[in-house]
Design a protein around this ligand. Structure first.
Ligand SMILES: Nc1ncnc2c1ncn2[C@@H]1O[C@H](COP(=O)(O)OP(=O)(O)OP(=O)(O)O)[C@@H](O)[C@H]1O
Length: 354
């Protein structure tokens, strides 16, 4: 049976390790203990269901996790834990996502369309419409790095809407265009809505959100603070913004620091325990709640980190490889070297170095 929803995220979290340097990141790959690296939880358990044909707005202050969530939904980055199910093809338009700077506009159109599964014939057919909608003139054959942010946004938006996705995710992409382009986008988004397509719209502009969205989710420092009717949630959010602006500079810094500390000190184990207890309360007879919640947390996750077992295995393979290389160079048999490892230091063979 087909799912009723279009997008479902349950108990989704996202953790980042804040490495200071690239070499620190490399070292952590082989290290057995990463506890010295500061951790940051960009999302701390988000659950949200989005229905077909719905236009849902994501709002929240800078750094609250809106782009992280929209990138997880569009499959650009994996979640750390939790369940994500997206029924259909997504296409994301974001200010800084998707376009390759060294390629021309035309090449970007082809690349992105191919990545979305279109054939070259389909792309040839769509090309003039995409270029016309983006309205970037002769720049279409120039590298994207020479575009203004408005031009990039127009091109990104044009590609995204013309490849006809089931789900359109727009992350702040309308904020850099001029009024004429903005109106064109609004018309296109309304067209999409009438066709019953699903839209996830990330914006700091409450006016745009109120104009385009049926429902709004307010993400606040990694948590879902409210979700519901657009007017109700934007009104709550406006109250929060007013309260925040009323604080002194010192109070603002203190508040933000406290929120960030909560995100740094978030415990996934404690959260999993909390969710397990909630599920157990709702289903007191269910004996398998703990394993069900564990599956919900980790069942559909592709781990970005190497497990301890994998690290040990990789290290063992490396050591074995080095050992066999040394034995080979030494000229002794493996059994001789195993009997007397010091033989490796006195090779029978000598490399003929000119
Ligand atoms: N690759 C990364 N490494 C470390 N931290 C990251 C990374 N990407 C995002 N973050 C952090 O995650 C948090 C959420 O970022 P995100 O971009 O999702 O917020 P946002 O709500 O979209 O913000 P904005 O409104 O400014 O676009 C921020 O504190 C950010 O610094």
């Amino acid at each position: 049976m087909a799912a009723e929803y279009k997008i479902k995220v349950e108990n989704v979290t996202k953790e980042y390790e804040l490495f200071k340097t690239q070499s620190e990141k490399m070292r952590s790959f082989f290290s057995l203990n990463n506890s010295n690296v500061p951790h940051f939880w960009s999302l701390m358990g988000i659950s949200l269901t989005i229905m077909p044909g719905e236009a849902i707005g994501l709002i929240g202050v800078n750094g609250s996790g809106k782009s992280t969530l929209s990138n997880i939904i569009s499959g650009i980055i994996p979640q750390t834990t939790g369940y994500v199910d997206v029924q259909g093809e997504t296409s994301i338009v974001a200010i800084n996502a998707g376009l390759r700077n060294n390629l021309t506009g035309r090449e970007n159109i082809r690349l992105k369309s191919l990545m979305q599964g279109l054939t070259n014939e389909q792309i040839d057919e769509l090309m003039p419409d995409i270029i016309a909608f983006a309205d970037i003139g002769d720049f279409v054959d120039q590298p994207v790095k020479s575009y203004s942010s408005g031009m990039k946004s127009r091109l990104g938006f044009s590609i995204a809407v013309h490849i006809d996705p089931d789900i359109l995710i727009i992350d702040e992409a309308l904020s850099v265009g001029d009024d004429t382009f903005y109106q064109k986008c609004v018309d296109k988004i309304n067209e999409f809505k009438q066709e019953g397509k699903t839209i996830v719209f990330v914006s700091h502009s409450l006016k745009q959100i109120e104009l385009l969205c049926d429902r709004v989710a307010w993400i606040n420092y990694g948590k879902l603070r409210a979700v519901g009717e657009t007017k109700e949630v934007t009104s709550e959010y406006r109250k929060f913004i007013k309260w925040f602006r009323g604080l002194s500079k010192k109070e603002k810094t203190k508040f933000q620091k406290e929120q960030k500390n909560i995100q740094k000190n978030f415990s996934i184990q404690a959260y999993q325990k909390e969710v397990t207890e909630e599920h157990q309360k709702a289903n007191p007879e269910d004996k398998n709640v703990a394993s069900e919640v564990h599956k919900l947390f980790y069942g559909s996750v592709i781990s970005e980190k190497m497990s301890l077992a994998n690290k040990i295995l990789t290290a063992a393979v490396l050591v074995a490889l080095i050992f066999f290389c040394l034995v080979n160079v030494s000229g002794y048999s493996i059994t001789s070297v195993l009997g007397d490892p010091s033989l490796i230091l006195h090779p029978l063979q000598h490399l003929n170095v000119p």
